[in-house]
Design a binder for this molecule. Sequence first.
Ligand code: ARG
Length: 471
Amino acid sequence: MKQATTISPIWGGRFVDVIEEAVGRINSSIDFDRRLWREDIIGSKAHVEMLVAQRIITEEDGYLIAKALEEIAMEIDSGAFKFLHSLEDIHLNIEHRLHEKIGDAAGRLHTARSRNDQIALDMKLWIRGVVDLLDDELKELQIVLIERADQYAETIMPGFTHLQPAQPITFGHHLMAYVEMFGRDRTRLADARRRMNENPLGAAALAGTQFPIDRHMTSAILGFDRPSANSIDAVSDRDFVMEVLACAGICAVHLSRLAEELIIWTTSQFSFVHLSDSLTTGSSIMPQKKNPDGAELVKGKTGRIVSAFTIIAIVLKGMPLSYGKDMQEDKEPCFDAIDNLRLCITCITSIVRTLQANQESMRKAVFTSFITATDLADWLVRETKMPFRNAHYIVGQVVRAAEERCCGLADLPLDLLRKIHHAFDEQIYKILSVDVSLNARTSYGGTAPVRVREQIVEARKRFLNEDCLKF
Ligand code: ARG
């Protein structure tokens, strides 16, 4: 038999053999859950305050514990704290240190509590904090997008479908589309936050406790709306992790689409956008290169962010209620996904803040495509009352004629156009003007600069006012 001295001082009462090295390693989470130290200490302080108020422990012990917890927080914050793998996780590391500091009184902290409700609480506090940070960071990205959209509200560019030039739009209009997308990300997160804001502390191992605890009191201290209603659910539930990661995944997809557009726009073929030198990198072999690595990595990181949801869903899918150690596997993917999402938001915000639109290239690209063909078809419908499908066919013939002559639609002579359809007259040259086309798209949410300016005013009200997204 191996030396029994390395058996956990915390749970080792019934154990004789020491833990096998590999099992010790698979069991230990301290390398990654140490970042929950703040939440763990906040939770413990709330718990101890309640234990004192309910006369479950004495005021003296409560005072000793709370003071020592504060000292431990300072030790961890300053880097002086020694984390031990043999103590498995953040809870036991802190509790062990508490014991070193105040002796037996430390043992009273865990009255009416289990690590099962403790970790559910720590994760929830951490995730809730992250939701608030993400909201601030996405709001900042919206602020920057709206500013740039305002600046480019009249800048004409081709709008694409299938990445083929489709209809003229403004760059500001295009940027405002992303403001909507990140706005939905924010409301999704706010919704998840509202749902998750129930306190698991006091569920204990799974069945509650015989001690006369006050879960409403800890809920109030910790900023929860109420205690969770079912103690078994409270320790089994990681929906809040899955929900926020699902939100994170969708947000990462949005960032990735913007990143991809930036990459396309900065190619010499498009040359719509110029990125600041400080946000690009050079090539070690090709001196002419300026690579949009930041945007590429935002796109690349989507994989790990989106996958985090799947990892956790798979961990949970076969778990009988209530707590199981499998749940420990939620942390690394969750932390990784959130860290990377925040990094991506920061990078994209810097890129958008500093990008320069090449308005000339954008305008040129509008003129080299038959981008006002739809306007011509709409005109035929208005003038002749013919069905749109017929107009579409006729304008298709006009496009073919222009293609054959390698010219724009407005360069075709009127007699030729009249051969295609007799209704064509001088007016159509005005219709084919890109600026007329753009300014005429005045339907609600449309691309006409007057409408884009309205969208900007509305978006500022909807997304940037204090508390506008609070549920
Ligand atoms: N490190 C564990 C986790 O992350 C904490 C809870 C452990 N509970 C237990 N009964 N072993 O899930």
